[in-house]
Design a binder for this molecule. Structure first.
Ligand code: FAQ
Length: 314
């Protein structure tokens, strides 16, 4: 008896085999992946903006080179991820259109302003730190092209996290003003970093199905807890205070208990009313418009190459 396409798909998931672009998959699985991968791609690209803001003001050539490389890496991550989403049959143009129209989401974290140089430290340390926690789990996600993109992205994010922590270390061991700047950056980025993992499991509409399909390997709350447990000791090492009066080490669970996240703030930012949402989208639209001539030139070049090779075959 021939087994159905759906059963074949379910068997592959159960056996922890990767689903590839040419395989049959349920429409909802495809839709969920397009939603998550495109949001992820948008986050990488919009995520270039808060750090790009400090490229011209880096305190030394060495810092500038590292930050420039990091910002370029994020652009590259966006490209791998758009390509992974394209294997599901969605066009890059339509994904970008959805970002510009406000239809598609991107990570809440990038709607906060980067006010001082210490924010470059805090973003690398906390934002990339949170991104890695999530993305290491995604290296085992069930869709092949997404999982493979994640492997390379994680390697690069790990360099980003180290460069950020190194900035925090230098500032924390510097003058009183520098230490205050580092503490202020931690105060402002800590809670938004915890929000990156998404709503509580009990309020996460997509989690159950995504976990069943092994798109998500760990839940929003599990990843958030892992991040807190890994990051609090790093803050202690810096001699900085995590801005949470309810934070304590729980000997029983061998983990840190932390205070309640401001979920009203989270949803306000997700729905488009955070401190920088409008500015970020306007900047992206402008960059896209300014890049029109590059896209035109690239397409004209590709068409010419195509012409030339078909003449040679002829
Ligand atoms: N911001 O049911 P769930 C980076 C939305 S990369 C905005 O739990 P799901 C690198 C969610 O989309 C950072 N929206 O959803 C970097 C859903 O809305 P929808 C990005 C959020 O998908 C570093 C609704 O809430 N990483 O930082 C957020 O199962 C430095 C309900 O939520 C990824 O995208 C949020 N924080 O779980 C770059 C990783 N959280 O779509 C530059 C891949 C939730 O139904 C500089 N994504 N929402 O309308 C994921 O792992 C998942 O999509 C989650 C959300 C965990 C983000």
């Amino acid at each position: 008896m021939e087994i159905s396409l759906e059963k074949k798909f379910e068997n592959k998931i159960a056996e922890d085999l990767k689903i590839e672009p040419q395989d049959w998959m349920p429409d909802e699985y495809r839709k969920t992946l397009v939603r998550q991968i495109s949001q992820h791609a948008h986050s990488e690209v919009v995520g270039m903006l808060p750090e790009a803001n400090w490229l011209t003001r880096a305190p030394s050539l060495k810092r500038k080179i590292a930050l420039l490389a990091k910002v370029q890496d994020e652009g590259g991550h966006g490209l791998y991820l758009y390509s992974a989403a394209e294997t599901l049959g969605v066009s890059r143009d339509s994904m970008i259109e959805d970002l510009h129209s406000g239809k598609a989401k991107y990570s809440s974290i990038f709607n906060y302003p980067s006010l001082t140089w210490a924010d470059m430290g805090a973003i690398g340390w906390l934002v990339d730190g949170a991104a890695i926690m999530n993305q290491v789990a995604l290296c085992r996600t069930s869709y092949g092209p997404y999982a493979r993109a994640m492997v390379r992205i994680c390697k690069e994010e790990s360099f980003h996290q180290r460069q950020g922590y190194q900035i925090m270390l230098t500032l924390s061991n510097g003058s009183t003003e520098q230490k205050e700047m580092a503490q202020d950056a931690l105060n402002r980025w800590w809670w938004p970093a915890l929000m990156m993992f998404g709503p509580k499991d009990s309020d996460s509409p997509n989690s159950e199905q995504s976990t069943r399909w092994r798109i998500k390997r760990l839940s929003n709350d599990e990843l958030r807890q892992k991040f807190v447990d890994a990051t609090v000791p790093q803050a202690l090492f810096l001699g900085l205070t995590v801005p949470d009066k309810d934070l304590y080490w729980d000997e029983n669970s061998k983990s840190y208990r932390f205070g309640e996240i401001n979920w009203d703030e989270f949803w306000t930012v997700v729905k488009g009313d955070g401190p920088c949402n409008k500015d970020r989208i306007q900047t992206r639209i402008k960059a896209h418009e300014n890049g029109e001539w590059v896209r035109e030139a690239a397409l004209a070049y590709a068409a010419k190459q195509h012409d030339r090779s078909s003449k040679m075959v002829g």
